[in-house]
Structure formats: C-alpha cells, structure tokens
Design a protein around this ligand. Structure first.
Ligand SMILES: Nc1ncnc2c1ncn2[C@@H]1O[C@H](COP(=O)(O)OP(=O)(O)O)[C@@H](O)[C@H]1O
Ligand SMILES: [Mg+2]
Length: 359
C-alpha cells in the first residue's frame, strides 16, 4: 500500500467512517447506550485498513461493547473523557502481526473517543436537568400543599374549638345522665383527636411559632430514645446510636427538633422487621449537622419515594397512620433552612438524612 490512490482510498474510508459515527451519535437513543456503542464499533472497524483483522473494544462507565477478542499484542488505544475525567477507552487491535497501524488510524480513534466523550457529557447534562426539574416540581407541589393545608387548618380550628367548648358545657348540664355523658365523652375525644390532626397540619404548613436557640443535639437524641424505649421493646427492635462527638450544637427550635427525631424513629420502628436494628447516626460538617435514621425494613417503593413528604400519604392500614408525620418533619426542616432526603439502602431498609444548618 503506497500508491497515492491507495492512500486516498484509505483517507476516504476514514472520513466516511467518521461521518457515519457522527450520525450515529446525533441520533443516539440515550436509553440504548449499548446499541449505540455497537453501531459505533462496527462503523469504526470498517474505517481501518484491514477491517477483517481489526477488532474494536469500546469501554465506558455506562456500557461497553467489543466486536471480538482484543487480547492481541498489537493495538492502539485512545482514552474517553467526560468533563475532563477519565470515563473509559477505545482499543483497536490487529490480529495479523505482519501489518501495522497507520498514523491516521490513531487520529481516527482519537476523534471517535472525543465524540463518544461529548455524547456522554450530553447524557449527563440531560440527566442532571431531569432530576433538578423533578426536585423543583416536588418542592413546588409541597409548598402549594402547605398553603392549602394551612388554609384548611385555620378554617377548622374555630369550629373544632366550638364543638369542644359546647360539648363540655353540655357535659356539665348532663352530669347525672350516664348515657348522655358517655356519648358526650366520645364527641369530646374525637374533637380532641381532630384538633391534634389540625395541629400537625399547621406544623406542616409552618404556622406554629418557633423559638430558635442553640441546642446540643446529642442529649436531645438520647432523651428521645429513652422515651421511645418502650416502643422499641414492644416491637422487638433494637437501636444503635452512632455519634462520635459529645456535643453537636445547632440553632433550632427544641420542640421541633425533638419532633423530627420522634417521627423518623417511630417510622423506622414501625417498618422494622422483628429483631431489626435502627441506627441513629449524627455528625457535623463545617456548616451543617447531619442526622441519619437507618432501618432494616422493606424500604420504599418508587411511588413512596416520590410522595413520602406529602401530607396524607400513607401506606399504613386505615386507622394506623395519618400520613402527616413526614410532612410535619419536612415542614420543620424547611423552616430551619435544612434539607431532608430519603433513599433505599443497598441491602435492605431505608435511610432518612436530615441536614440542618448550624446557625
Ligand atoms: N422507615 C420507613 N420505611 C419504609 N417506608 C416508610 C418509612 N418511613 C415512612 N415510610 C413511608 O412513608 C409513609 C408516610 O409516612 P408518615 O408521613 O410518617 O405517615 P404515616 O406514618 O402516618 O404513614 C408511610 O406510610 C410509609 O409508606
Ligand atoms: Mg409516621
């Protein structure tokens, strides 16, 4: 191979190969990375001087594809980078040791590696945008729900106070009548229950007054766990406190902080299997205090992961849960300018992570 015509033929082959690969990348279906890599590898193979003796291997962090075995001693390679970080490589190997690679073939490989890197960058940007959009939509929904809930809670407060007040007046009038008294007790109990629900709703909607003070989280956790000891025993669940420091100071409302711990731990107990372990972890970073509640329960379904923080979302049987616990926690955390996220553990169970600013 040395005539001008041969060299020209090679160049044309390489250029049409690059053109093919460009169109594959432009039309790439993000969800079908392996198909895309396969198409690229097969086109690339055709661009080489000895296609039938050349095997291509493309390896990326998302997926990989090989046209054949690439263990041959004779090979060239090019690294794939995504946002300046190594992400994989392309290797072309020759099975026939009498021939060798052309300088242009290394250049071809480099161009294709660059193109694949660009495609992977595009995918990453797209994925970040979708997840950001979803997060924003969720935050929006929660704040609208918060406003609606605040409205409902306000409207219900007065009539509930009236029901309670008048029922108590009647009870005075019917002290001697056992049956009427018992009925009135039921009315009063139910009104008190409803008032508690309204209170929780107001917490969610941040309508409760806050008193921000410097608090050490460590004793708050220990106190809460002492109070929940009976619940742990009853459920046959144990707990482990993983805190390395004696003091973790942050500015927060004492009652609300306790409410965060309580709600998360009560959920963890409820969803724990018999003999399950609940881990309560806390540590600090430069500006934040981080609290993690980890359980060994069933974890959350995809739907639950999306909706846990919405008021009234519950998977518990009717009567067992109001679906308000986590929406209250979300409201409190938001009012402290913190964040709360939930994720499933790799093995089993869920982890709730609360991040609160120290000041
Ligand atoms: N630790 C957990 N493991 C699995 N699912 C959970 C956990 N904590 C909360 N959930 C899910 O979130 C839902 C809402 O929780 P929450 O707001 O506390 O309300 P409730 O406890 O009344 O159901 C639960 O019904 C459950 O589906
Ligand atoms: Mg709950």
């Amino acid at each position: 191979m040395n005539t001008t015509e041969d060299i020209l033929k090679e160049r044309i082959k390489e250029l049409s190969c690059l053109y093919d690969i460009s169109s594959i990348i432009v039309n790439a279906d993000v969800g079908q990375m392996q198909e895309t890599l396969k198409a690229i590898a097969l086109s690339l193979k055709k661009g080489f001087q000895f296609p039938e003796h050349t095997e291509i291997s493309i390896d990326t962090l998302i997926d990989s594809y090989k046209t054949g075995s690439v263990n041959e001693p004779l090979y060239i390679s090019s690294k794939i980078q995504v946002f300046n970080k190594p992400n994989g490589e392309i290797i072309a190997s020759l099975q026939d040791d009498k021939s060798s690679f052309l300088k242009e073939e290394q250049q071809l490989l480099d161009s294709v590696a660059l193109k694949i890197g660009n495609l992977l960058e595009r995918i990453e940007i797209q994925q970040n945008e979708t997840s950001l959009k979803r997060q924003m939509e969720r935050a929006d929904r929660l704040s609208i729900l918060g406003e609606i809930t605040a409205g409902i809670a306000h409207e219900l407060n007065t009539p509930l106070a009236n029901i309670l007040g008048f029922a108590e007046l009647l009870k005075d009038d019917f002290k001697t009548d056992k049956i009427v008294s018992a009925d009135l007790d039921k009315i009063i109990d139910n009104a008190i229950f409803s008032r508690e629900v309204v209170k929780k709703l107001m917490f969610f909607a941040l309508e409760m007054p806050q008193e921000m003070k410097l608090i050490n989280l460590v004793p708050r956790i220990k106190n809460a766990l002492a109070l929940l000891d009976a619940s742990f025993k009853k459920a046959g669940v144990t707990y482990h406190v993983k805190i390395e420091e004696d003091e973790l100071w942050l500015k927060a409302d004492n009652i609300q902080l306790t409410q965060i711990i309580f709600n998360l731990v009560i959920n963890a107990i409820y969803f724990s299997p018999e003999n399950g372990l609940v881990t309560i972890e806390a540590f600090q970073s430069k500006n934040y205090i981080v609290l993690k509640i980890i359980d060994e329960g069933p974890g959350l379904t995809k739907e639950a992961l999306e909706k846990v923080f919405q008021p009234f979302f519950t998977t518990k049987p009717t009567g067992d849960g109001s679906g308000l616990g986590l929406s209250v926690v979300h409201g409190i955390v938001a009012s402290h300018k913190g964040t709360i996220v939930v994720e499933n553990n790799s093995k089993n169970g869920a982890t709730f992570t609360v991040k609160l600013p120290k000041s």
